[in-house]
Design a protein around this ligand. Structure first.
Ligand code: GLA
Length: 745
């Protein structure tokens, strides 16, 4: 058990030797926070960690005889607003008939070995109870006749705690929840750099940093998806922390819809973090005996900088989030026809692509958008999930059979949550679209959204998709979601229930994912939302890989993949080699550089193999063989970021096997430098200091410590005069080096 409980002084200490999380019951019966960070040695009493502020005239206090006890200055676990705490709370709940300030008083606790799953929600899990311990704190509000359960799980060998909350209506009257956050954390100071991932379509998850300042700062989504614009990830980095050293607190929210991650820095420089479903527009009617369970917040502590934080997220997601059957499964190298054909294809063309790709060693063909209804462009047919016999007169079964004959597996694109206004489905069921009858329906990419808060609609999609999976013998599905939700109303919900819409919608999405992935465990799902518009840990639970971005440009991908790696493992990032000029930027990067970027993810191609030259085909064959040789390393290895594309003209990263016997290093230079540095080296990370490594492409060998302190020598760059001896030059250069340890002499 990784949790110490001291019943006498009502203190709880979660620790695994790497981290400590300590809280207690305060004298008003609510929970007070004492410490979170690097592990502290356990002691029977930690009450000295609670410091009372010297009262001043302006502060409020709960007791006449104890002017220092005011919630305004005390650190709390799950605060409410109304009696002396003026910051934004974790909970706001009331009865329909009477006024009341939430007052959840500690009642009891429960310890569980391992971790329970969260009903209807994606969450981290344990297969072996030994891997984690869970503490559940039960608090009661007598007046509301409600229980609040706060769940804390600490993982045994990871600097990770996960948290969630559940509210249970034990009474006979309905409750209204206005806000129920996954977690709240009061940090004693504000000396942090607020680090997050922001962007938009085609440039998702760029790293942004700013110092914490007095007042409220937040990232959020109100789009019905976690969004391209803000990922539900946040790191609080000490100003002196670097990529590999210093303290970083990382947070990620396992949820795919509206979220809020907020820091409120108060007048004493305390920083309150709140993470949860965005309270704006949210209002949940909690019926008698019903439970509302929040999604889960992941909290990582690192004293090895940002990279240490990322490695903890990666290990957690690899072992305890991605579905068990995909943890060790090899993911196929795929070719997607989107950028090759867009909507313009037929069976013959697709079979030719499959045959040609199969000869290159590629393993799976994904038929993207346009195979159903009358979909020749993006203005029609979403919802009409039957094959377009004009394009594919022999149907999907025949196509799938012919693709199988080429030795390839077959996958299909779906956009299950959408409906085109001119579809047969819309004609039949106009009320199935999300919207407010009588008011204008806003279009996004010419389409409307299906009301996934309704079970009959989820069931309908299940029937359609499962029939096609069977009929076309699918091995893979790309599940897309190409617009955000406007006019967020369901025609099935009562007026006073519309505040439940967004959450009910995403629960419907999760239900469909759950049913399909349970019934068809062999089908690999790749999540997508106009590229990376829903790249979050909620999706990762169901779909072990996600399309990182619609931007397939190798140079843009450096930033996108670098940022994404802050929280998400390499093997979750769909990354493909596409044609030049690139369709998003018109950039012309060499084929080698395009592959060198795409290797660091789940690899594939997004081009027409029929238009390749013989040289290009030969090169691609080698790339495919190279990735096959190393994909186990991409899946299981430790990832290290070496040079940031946000700070440099060069980017570098590497992945090292767990036993440190091999590594792949990616190095990229965006623009050429005239008369460049001589004898340039790249300092590596994560190797065994005492191991001797041989570097691919040369006979030279280096000890790990040499590679990490002196660095790996880079090939000589063209400098205007060394034409003969220059090994590299020009814009968009790159190398991938393979390091293999050899027995030292
Ligand atoms: C979205 C996806 C693309 C492609 C198109 C098809 O934009 O992100 O990869 O599937 O839809 O319409």
């Amino acid at each position: 058990m990784l949790i110490h409980v001291n019943q006498e002084n009502s203190q709880f200490h979660l620790t695994n030797g790497q981290i400590s999380y300590i809280f207690h019951v305060m004298k008003n019966g609510q929970l007070g926070h004492l410490y979170y960070g690097k592990a502290l040695r356990h002691r029977e009493d930690f009450s000295h960690l609670q410091t009372y502020d010297v009262p001043t005239g302006a502060t409020t206090h709960l007791y006449a005889d104890d002017p220092a006890f005011g919630l305004e200055t005390l650190r709390q676990e799950y605060p409410a607003y109304g009696n002396s705490d003026f910051r934004e709370p974790a909970i706001s709940v009331s009865k329909t008939t009477a006024n009341h300030i939430p007052n959840f008083i500690y009642d009891s606790y429960q310890l569980v070995e391992g971790k329970q799953r969260l009903e209807g929600l994606p969450a981290t899990y344990t297969e072996d109870n030994h891997d984690a311990s869970t503490l559940q704190i039960i608090l009661k509000d007598e007046f509301l006749e409600a229980e609040l359960h706060l769940n804390y799980t600490i993982f045994r060998d990871k600097p990770v705690i996960t948290r969630s909350a559940a509210l249970i209506n034990k009474g006979t009257e309905g409750l209204i929840i206005d806000r129920l956050m996954g977690a709240s954390l009061d940090l004693p100071d504000k000396d942090f750099v607020f680090t997050h991932l922001a962007g938009t379509w085609s440039r998702e998850r760029h790293v942004k940093e700013r110092n914490l300042e007095t007042g409220i700062q937040s990232i959020s989504s109100l789009r019905g998806a976690s969004s391209h614009h803000h990922n539900p990830f946040l790191a609080l980095k000490r100003p002196e922390a670097t990529e590999h050293t210093g303290e970083v607190f990382g947070f990620n929210f396992i949820y795919s819809s509206n979220f809020l991650m907020q820091i409120e820095v108060d007048h004493y420089d305390m920083a309150r973090l709140t993470v949860g479903i965005h309270p704006f527009g949210f209002k949940w009617n909690l019926q008698p005996q019903a439970t509302f369970q929040t999604p889960e917040v992941v909290m990582v502590y690192s004293n090895q900088g940002l990279n240490g934080m990322s490695q903890a997220f990666h290990a957690l997601y690899r072992e305890h989030l991605i579905q068990a059957r995909w943890k060790k499964a090899v993911r196929p190298i795929l070719i997607n026809n989107w950028e090759a054909t867009y909507f313009d294809f037929d069976e013959e063309k697709l079979v030719k692509i499959a045959k040609s790709a199969s000869e290159l060693g590629i393993e799976l063909l994904v038929l993207d958008d346009g195979w159903f209804g009358k979909r020749n462009d993006d203005t029609s047919s979403l919802g009409d999930w039957h094959v377009d016999l004009k394009k594919l007169p022999n149907g999907l079964e025949s196509l799938s059979g012919k693709i199988a004959e080429t030795g390839m597996k077959f996958g299909l694109w779906f956009e299950p949550e959408m409906i085109s206004p001119n579809s047969e489905l819309f004609t039949e069921h106009p009320d199935w679209a999300v919207g407010l009858p009588g008011q204008h329906y806003t279009l996004g990419r010419n389409q409307l959204v299906l009301d996934f808060s309704r079970q009959e609609i989820v069931d309908y999609l299940y029937e359609k998709m499962s029939a096609i999976i069977k009929q076309a013998n699918l091995s893979y599905i790309k599940w897309d979601m190409n617009r955000n939700i406007t006019e967020a109303f369901s025609q099935k919900l009562a007026v006073d229930q519309q505040g439940e819409f967004f959450h009910r919608y995403i629960l419907g999405v999760y239900r469909l994912y759950d049913r399909l992935t349970t019934e068809f465990p062999h089908v690999l799902f790749e999540s997508c939302a106009g590229g990376g518009g829903r790249f979050d840990p909620g999706m990762l639970y169901y779909a072990p890989q996600g399309w990182t971005s619609d931007d397939t440009d190798a140079i843009e991908r450096l930033k996108i993949q670098y940022g994404t790696s802050f929280a998400y493992p390499l093997y979750s990032m769909g990354s493909h080699v596409s044609a030049v000029p690139n369709h998003q930027t018109l950039r012309q990067a060499p084929l080698q550089t395009r592959a060198n970027t795409a290797y660091f993810g789940t690899f594939g191609y997004e081009l027409d193999p029929l238009t390749l030259t013989a040289e290009e085909r030969a090169e691609i064959k080698e790339q495919v063989a190279f990735y096959k040789q190393h994909r186990g390393l991409m899946r299981d290895g430790q990832f290290y970021r070496c040079l940031s594309p946000f700070l440099n003209n060069e980017t570098a990263w590497m992945v090292v096997s767990q036993d440190q016997s091999e590594a792949l290093v990616g190095w990229y230079k965006v623009l050429a430098t005239p008369n460049p540095r001589k004898h340039q080296t790249l300092r590596l990370s994560g190797l065994d200091e005492a191991k001797m490594y041989k570097v691919s492409g040369s006979e030279r060998t280096f000890y790990g410590d040499e590679l990490m302190t002196v660095g790996l020598p880079l090939p000589t760059e063209f400098n205007g005069c060394n034409g003969e001896s220059a090994e590299r030059g020009g814009d968009f250069q790159s190398y991938v080096f393979y390091l293999k340890s050899i027995e030292a002499n």
